[in-house]
Design a protein around this ligand. Structure first.
Ligand code: TXA
Ligand code: MG
Length: 404
């Protein structure tokens, strides 16, 4: 079966030439959809600015039927369409198959709103051990346990106090991981022998459907080899782990783009162990004072396992005040988060064109990987404003960079 697509007027106007070339290349039936909030008009997919791809799906355990997938480029979106011509029948069956695999102790990578995770049954010690082997991750770096329903926490955490419940209420499903006291039955390998466990409910319908179908709490680190940049597309997962794991559920690219905020609730006040999209400004109104990276020196935060976060590309990344100093060197790749009039001789990737921190986060790892494939001598970037998600972006940039 060949898929057919509806394309929004706005997208068609802005990208007509590239769009027509791709439609011809894949031999697709298409129509230009009129109006602001357009319907599919019986088409398999609706492609809009962004680039977002919408489709109707009835996923196991889910009531919502419209799935929105995000892509960095039109090429990526068409690649997805070509490999998933009939998502309505494919995806429910995939979720059933992959849910069963997880239940049987296999490793399945899946999309979340932050980055792709490498999942295993958190109650199965051998399955969790296999995660560490596939990632080449040291056993002292604990994993996050993912749930699809708050009820699943009963077999994961010791107790849920008021404060934890109010955070759950406000931010889940979403990119906030909470470190709390663990339930005795969670295998020690999940928590690296510690008495606390990190918990999270991802905001992604495919992930939630898969976790629920597995009927297990799912331990999942980012689906990259230890020390490398986290994957934000299924292709990234495939490159690093494709031959080591049972399956990869393709859900396009991850809209948040950087890993969840990790908040420890076993310290007083609670401590942000890893900054993410949900920052101090959003947490304080719910739980009062928190210690954050801006008030705690970096070295204190390196425990217990935060050392994985080199987030490192292979090409050396340097943080500089003024990237235009490198404009005449074709062997230097440049990451920009606002439009620049400078003519760079080396390759340039925009993580945002208008200093939009949320957009920059969603494109950061993808852009780093793109430059990383070009055999450059080095890449350069400057820091963003240290506010909101900019704090988390700067944290990842510092960790990915080489000290000079
Ligand atoms: O967005 C995310 O959090 C992604 C997606 C897949 O959910 N997951 C992720 O997992 O980034 P990972 O393993 O790459 O990073 C988890 C971080 C590690 O730095 C780990 O040390 C920390 O959370 N962590 C896990 N359990 C902990 C615990 N009990 N106490 C303190 N830190 C913990
Ligand atoms: Mg990781």
């Amino acid at each position: 079966m060949k898929p057919s697509i509806a394309v929004s007027v706005a997208l068609y106007r802005r990208h007509e030439r590239e769009l027509m070339a791709l439609i011809a290349r894949y031999g697709l039936a298409f129509t230009v959809a009129e109006g602001e909030s357009v319907g599919f008009g019986g088409h398999t997919y609706l492609l809009e600015e962004g680039f977002t791809l919408k489709t109707h799906l009835t996923l196991p355990h889910r009531t919502s039927e419209r799935l929105t997938l995000l892509f960095h480029t039109l090429e990526e979106a068409f690649g997805f369409i070509a490999s998933h011509p009939d998502p309505q029948s494919e995806y429910p069956a995939l979720i059933e198959t992959y849910g069963k695999m997880l239940r049987e102790g296999e490793l399945v990578a899946f999309p979340t709103e932050t980055v792709y995770g490498l999942g295993a049954d958190a109650t199965n010690e051998d399955a969790v051990r296999a995660i560490f082997i596939a990632k080449e991750r040291p056993l002292f770096d604990p994993l996050i346990v993912h749930v699809a329903q708050v009820g699943q926490l009963e077999e994961v955490v010791a107790t849920l106090d008021e404060r934890t419940l109010s955070l759950i209420d406000h931010f889940w499903p979403g990119p906030l991981t909470l470190v709390v006291k663990k339930h005795p039955t969670i295998p020690a390998v999940v928590t690296s022998g510690g008495g606390t466990v990190a918990i999270r409910m991802p905001d992604n319908p495919l992930a939630l459907s898969l976790i629920e179908e597995s009927r297990r709490p799912i331990a999942a680190p980012s689906a990259n080899r230890f020390g490398y940049t986290s994957p934000t597309t299924a292709a990234h997962v495939h490159e690093q782990l494709g031959d080591r794991i049972a399956a990869i559920l393709d859900g396009g690219s991850c809209p948040v783009g950087i890993e969840s905020t990790v908040l420890s609730l076993v310290t007083d006040p609670p401590t942000i162990l890893r900054p993410g999209k949900i920052g101090e400004e959003e947490l304080v109104p719910i739980i009062g004072q928190v210690s954050s990276p801006s008030t705690v020196h970096d070295s204190v935060l390196e425990s217990p396992g935060l050392l994985e976060n080199h987030y490192a590309p292979t090409t050396a990344l340097y943080l500089v005040d003024d990237v235009s100093q490198y404009k005449d060197d074709p062997t230097v790749g440049v990451l920009l988060f606002e439009r620049s009039a400078v003519a760079f001789k080396g390759p340039v990737r925009y993580i945002s064109e208008k200093e939009d921190a949320a957009e920059a986060a969603s494109r950061l790892y993808w852009a780093m990987r793109q430059l990383d494939t070009l055999n450059l001598r080095m890449m350069v970037c400057s820091l963003m404003k240290e506010e909101g998600i900019g704090v988390a972006i700067n944290n990842r940039l510092r960790k990915a960079s080489r000290k000079r």
